[in-house]
Design a protein around this ligand. Structure first.
Ligand SMILES: Cc1ncc(COP(=O)(O)O)c(C=O)c1O
Length: 437
């Protein structure tokens, strides 16, 4: 989809391929786009295309695609070129683009345009109950968010309210979204750019070994820490898979010292690492879990902060949270369909994930990269640590030119294919990767 300048964000009626705003307003926008020379009119569809000169802000990716279509494990650009997608919106499109069940749910939605956060809405209860039923441990109640960053922010607020404490502990170099809360508990380098992040955020340096546990023990025994937050398997740290002993001991330390354990499953949730949630791999019972991304397969913005009854009670008594667009009815409808889809196909889907994961592992171990290449694979979260940042970004660019989308984060290549990818397509993608290394 074209990303529109804010003022040209018209509601495009997908089925008719026409704008649904009234003609006069539409023409005003088109005229304004022409006058400011930031758009061009395509005579056939009357779309005001975003110009090559980018006016929206955000992540800058050299050679970014103008995406026009997404189907299964493929992305198409404005020149009609087809790419195998090993990014899938970075853990959003877990079930393939255009997944019939999800697109049908989105198309058939006929609920209200919007529900005010102070009103009640049956499907909110239904979704919250479904989330509680699939979440690990005693997670029971959901706060309604629009996405992952907001879900993390709510988690941090809830931890402070519940414990009455203000310190946080997390992994050095981690990523927990783009809001101030998430930036504060993530990579310390964020402080160089943003000088006024939250105070009292402490980081544990990798590796996650016994020494790290000793450092965590020292921090937590002060009983000043509201929460420890991490991804159970850190996709953002190149698919870092902690040892079982580390996670078990970490959970024990948190319990012992009254620090809440927050699992950020925004990326790992919904089957990405081979179990429904990565917390399950470690038999964790987090106090709070954050989810977003794949919960709608890309068909709506939605996040959730799922807490134990005790944490929710504290928020009800002493906290407050609402979000104007948190759990928009249309997104909720798709999220409910997603959860039904994943629970009814769980065995089959996770079976494919684990089978394909082995396929990727065996192919990747045969590739001859320049220098050292360590891979780390959990389900369909695949990290390849290379020697240099330049080498990783060269491979990524070369793959894109040859029809394969992967991401490069520093010296790490990340492959995040759809969970139900066909082996023949996976093979084609890996063949391209092999030619580009
Ligand atoms: C672990 C983790 N937490 C939070 C976020 C933020 O989610 P969002 O981009 O939906 O705000 C991300 C996004 O990549 C993430 O990977």
């Amino acid at each position: 989809m074209v990303e529109w300048p804010r003022w040209v964000r018209l509601r495009n009626d997908n089925h008719a391929g026409r704008f649904s705003v009234r003609d006069s307003r539409r023409n005003d926008y088109i005229e304004k786009a022409r006058r400011l020379n930031i758009g061009r009119k395509n005579d056939k569809t009357e779309h005001v295309m975003a110009s090559r000169e980018q006016r929206f802000l955000g992540r800058k990716i050299p050679g970014a695609l103008q995406v026009t279509k997404a189907e299964g494990s493929f992305i198409f650009d404005d020149r009609g070129r087809k790419y195998i997608d090993f990014v899938m919106g970075w853990c959003v499109g877990n079930f393939g683009w255009g997944n019939e069940v999800l697109t049908n749910a989105a198309a058939e939605f006929d609920g209200p345009d919007y529900v005010f956060p102070g009103h009640s809405y049956g499907p909110w209860t239904e979704l919250a109950e479904l989330l509680a039923s699939i979440s690990p441990g005693k997670l029971m109640k959901s706060f309604r968010a629009t996405g992952g960053s907001e879900a993390v922010d709510i988690a941090l607020q809830a931890a402070m309210v519940h414990t009455g404490r203000q310190k946080f502990l997390s992994l050095e170099g981690s990523y927990h979204g783009n809001a101030i809360g998430g930036l504060s508990v993530a990579d310390s380098k964020n402080r160089q750019q943003c000088r006024n992040l939250l105070p009292h955020c402490y980081k544990v340096e990798l590796p996650l070994d016994n020494e790290a546990l000793e450092r965590i023990d020292k921090f937590l025994k002060t009983e000043e820490f509201a929460a420890f937050i991490m991804e159970p398997i850190s996709v953002n740290l190149g698919v870092l898979i902690p040892e079982m002993e580390f996670m078990t001991e970490l959970a024990k330390l948190c319990r012992r010292y009254g620090t809440l354990l927050i699992m950020d499953e925004v990326a790992t949730g919904f089957g990405r690492t081979g179990t429904l949630f990565a917390s399950e791999r470690y038999h964790l019972e987090p106090d709070i879990m954050c989810i977003a991304k794949a919960v709608t397969g890309g068909l709506g913005g939605l996040g959730a902060t799922i807490t134990t009854a005790a944490v929710a009670r504290s928020m009800e008594e002493n906290g407050s949270y609402y979000s104007t667009y948190g759990w928009h009815p249309r997104s909720v409808h798709v999220a409910i369909a997603t959860i039904h889809y994943i629970t009814t196909h769980q065995k089959q889907l996770l079976g494919i994930v684990n089978e394909m994961s082995e396929y990727f592992r065996s192919r990747l171990s045969q590739l001859r990269f320049k220098g050292v290449a360590n891979h780390s694979i959990a389900g369909m979260a695949i990290g390849l640590e290379l020697d240099t940042d330049d080498y990783a970004s060269d491979i990524q660019a070369k793959c894109q030119r040859n029809g394969l989308l992967i991401t490069a984060e520093g010296s790490t290549l990340l492959l995040l294919p759809s969970l139900n990818i066909d082996q023949a397509i996976a093979k084609q993608g890996l063949d391209i990767l092999e030619r580009c290394i």
